[in-house]
Design a protein around this ligand. Structure first.
Ligand SMILES: O=C(O)CCC(=O)C(=O)O
Ligand SMILES: [Fe+2]
Length: 333
């Protein structure tokens, strides 16, 4: 299997859903049957260790409030992202197009994972803009949109503030397991951060498509904000639970490296995005990963996962496709 970039962007599809975007019957979204809601943790409260611990154990995802990222900045990054996708011409946007054939290149794209089986050949109903933000040597704002005017400044500030929050959360996660507060950060080594703004155009047949297929994130921790159009779902006890947008909260999603380092005590969250007939949806996901050369291994004995070089893990993810959790399951001892 290989990763290719399609020349088309979902935004440019004007009529009915082309066949490449139609999910097989068993993967099409159905109405959630549960009223379960993911937990919310107030980071300004003193007694949150137990809450963090149960949210990480039971869900692998939770909202945080009083998180220290300026509310204005959350609004601004959503506004600037929307400005790029909705107000710039396709011709202008394509000047920032991702490199064809590269799995994680920076810029405007709509990724196509081509697999020999399963559903991975089906395309996501999503366009995105990916920004490399940390280490600072990777940060090149000239490769980010020049419109709206504040775009580059807002992304840089958002990157700085979310990195601080991610470090704080990794500290809390470490201490909740009796590890030193810097344990996960030390194991991660140099922090790599990418910010992906996803734009899910309204879809004429949402019952046939997925905005983003079921997956868990590869790295340590993802911080996600969405707009007021619901669409994100997390898998809990084999049921899809819709994550209702909470104004100015940030959703924390544990990634596969956190599952490995915690020896499976904490689980990465399987999630997906569904589409909507009437409204486009925007989300901003900020990923925190180790360097490709870093080896991640369980902190507890006996290990339940084989250690892995992060770069190999990423390669395998892009080779086999993200479907559900099959990549991390392959490391189980
Ligand atoms: O759009 C969303 O809410 C989900 C995005 C996501 O899961 C990802 O980019 O990995
Ligand atoms: Fe994700």
């Amino acid at each position: 299997m290989e990763v290719t970039e399609t020349p088309i962007r979902v935004q440019s599809i004007t009529q009915k859903v082309p066949p490449q975007y139609i999910q097989p019957l068993n993967l099409r979204p159905t109405k959630p049957t549960t009223n379960n809601t993911i937990p919310t943790i107030n980071l300004s409260s003193d007694v949150i260790t137990d809450d963090i611990s149960s949210a990480c154990r039971d869900w692998g995802a939770f909202h945080v409030v009083n998180h220290g990222v300026e509310k204005k900045l959350l609004d601004e990054i959503r506004r600037n992202g929307l400005g790029f996708f909705e107000e710039m011409s396709m011709e202008e946007k394509m000047k920032y197009g991702c490199e064809a054939g590269s799995a994680a290149s920076q810029g405007y794209g709509s990724k196509m994972l081509v697999a020999d089986g399963g559903n991975d050949g089906v395309l996501d109903w999503r366009d995105y803009f990916d920004h490399h933000t940390f280490p600072l040597s990777r940060r090149d704002p000239l490769r980010w949109p020049h419109f709206p005017n504040s775009y580059r400044e807002v992304v840089a500030q958002y990157s700085d503030q979310t990195k601080i929050l991610a470090q704080k959360l990794l500290g809390l996660i470490s201490t909740s397991l009796g590890l030193s507060s810097s344990f996960i950060e030390d194991a991660m080594g140099e922090l790599y951060q990418n910010i992906t703004i996803s734009y899910y155009p309204s879809c004429p047949q949402p019952e046939l498509t997925l905005g983003l297929q079921s997956h868990s994130d590869m790295g340590f921790i993802t911080l996600l904000i969405q707009d007021d159009v619901a669409g994100l779902q997390v898998l809990k006890d084999d049921e899809w639970v819709t994550v209702d947008p909470v104004s100015h909260a940030i959703l924390v999603i544990l990634g596969d490296q956190t599952e490995i380092i915690t020896n499976g005590i904490y689980k990465s969250s399987v999630h997906r995005a569904i589409t909507n007939a009437n409204k486009a949806r925007l989300s901003v996901a900020t990923f925190h990963d180790p360097a490709k050369t870093t080896t991640v291994s369980p902190a507890f004995k006996p290990p339940r996962y084989n250690q892995v070089v992060y770069g190999d893990y990423v390669k395998s993810w892009y080779t086999k496709g993200p479907n559900g959790k099959r990549n991390i399951d392959a490391l189980l001892i």
